[in-house]
Design a protein around this ligand. Structure first.
Ligand code: STX
Length: 319
């Protein structure tokens, strides 16, 4: 089966807009589906990944008012790839600004990968504003998670792609890949920055699906996408997301959201955000429903993953 077979048909927004959220940043947002429907906000991954038109199709357009927005520096939000005033907690505040701007009292929250990180950070900060949580490919930005994907873990499963990922980095700096990439992604030299951005992004795109998807990998060749995705991801990682290690999984954090209906969908063979973090989230948050998809990697578009995500949003649409 294809992911598309369980997702809703392609959909165009009925309105789009921009919202200035700081002296520096203006966010792009769009709304699709039913203007009178139950509102849901989609939080994209990366960070820095931006929204994709297909992301609208996880929701029944007859039931949901579907809100997508590009986080600071991502997608159509401006200035592109800007790291200024760009932190987890700025984004949590932005979600509230978008909610207030759209005159929404309470909404469903849907996020995968970094979008699951941000969904947890937002729900723990504003639990009274969250109707439900649908989370995929759980990422909480712990040092162990970053180490596995960017230093020593996924490298053992994708040795050929790993060679391309380390290629731009001098041998003497390869003991700390995230830091070494930070130097190149913030180089004064455009060529150095772009070469590093594409190598960083290729690594993630090549490893995101159980079966390597050339179209997905080709995304890394788009200069603007690679630049935003790599620079913003790396910026968040060198700063540990401005969180204590494991903060989103702490008892005091999880207790704020245990009353919220929550479905977690995790690929068994997700090498970007391995299942160990989804398992830790389920142990801390036993009321949540956890699905481990036996034949899926990281991507939301893996057939088994897309099917369970749509089943979850269908179920929550009546809340
Ligand atoms: C550690 N970052 C994983 C993540 O959030 C992510 N992986 N792919 C994406 C996009 C689908 C947005 C490209 O986001």
């Amino acid at each position: 089966t294809r992911a598309d077979s369980s997702m809703y048909p392609p959909l165009e927004p009925y309105t789009t807009g921009t919202l200035q959220v700081s002296d520096v940043h203006t966010l792009y947002y769009e709304i699709s589906g039913n203007p009178e429907g139950t509102p849901v906000v989609f939080l994209h991954g990366g960070p820095g990944g931006g929204c994709d038109a297909k992301d609208r199709s996880f929701f029944n357009p007859a039931k949901y008012k579907i809100i997508l927005f590009d986080q600071r520096g991502a997608g159509k939000s401006t200035p592109s790839a800007s790291l200024e005033e760009n932190t987890t907690w700025d984004l949590v505040k932005d979600i509230e600004k978008v909610r207030e701007h759209l005159k929404i009292e309470k909404w469903h929250v849907f996020g995968g990968s970094w979008g699951s990180t941000l969904s947890l950070a937002y729900a723990q900060s504003h639990p009274d504003r969250v109707k439900s949580l649908v989370l995929r490919g759980i990422f909480t930005l712990r040092k162990s998670e970053l180490r596995f994907f960017y230093q020593d873990g996924a490298s053992h499963l994708f040795p050929e792609a790993w060679e391309d990922y380390v290629a731009p980095i001098p041998e003497s700096e390869r003991h700390d890949m995230v830091l070494a990439y930070h130097a190149q992604l913030n180089s004064a030299d455009d060529e150095t920055r772009l070469r590093a951005a594409k190598a960083w992004t290729r690594w993630e795109m090549f490893t995101s699906k159980l079966h390597v998807d050339p179209a997905h990998v080709a995304e890394a060749e788009k200069d603007d996408f690679a630049n935003s995705f790599a620079r913003i991801e790396n910026h968040y990682f060198v700063n540990d997301g401005w969180m204590r290690d494991g903060q989103l999984l702490e008892r005091q954090s999880i207790d704020k959201i245990r009353h919220i209906p929550c479905v977690i969908v995790q690929g068994r063979y997700d090498v970007v955000c391995p299942a160990t973090t989804a398992h830790a989230l389920k142990k801390a948050f036993p009321e949540a429903t956890l699905h481990i998809v036996p034949d899926a990697g990281h991507s939301s578009r893996e057939p088994g993953t897309a099917k369970l995500l749509v089943e979850a949003t269908d179920r929550f649409s009546s809340l």
